[in-house]
Design a protein around this ligand. Structure first.
Ligand code: ZN
Length: 67
């Protein structure tokens, strides 16, 4: 905690699965106005998990989605 304020905003989540890269844009998050640290809530994290699972099965080189 740096003492900054958490402001609601959007971030880009990306993860490298080894045989593919998944990028999810417009992910709602709380973003610290001082250090830029991001917090994603549990519901959103679960959505991301589902997206990553699906992407893993498709085995695409690159998957870019929006929430
Ligand atoms: Zn901070």
């Amino acid at each position: 905690m740096c003492g900054g304020h958490k402001e609601p905003g959007h971030t880009t989540f990306s993860t490298d699965l080894g045989d593919g890269l998944v990028v999810v844009r417009h992910v709602p998050a709380l973003i610290c106005d001082q250090c830029g640290e991001e917090w994603i809530d549990n519901k959103t994290a679960q959505q991301l998990e589902g997206i990553v699972l699906e992407a893993r099965q498709k085995k695409h080189q690159l998957e870019v989605l929006s929430l």
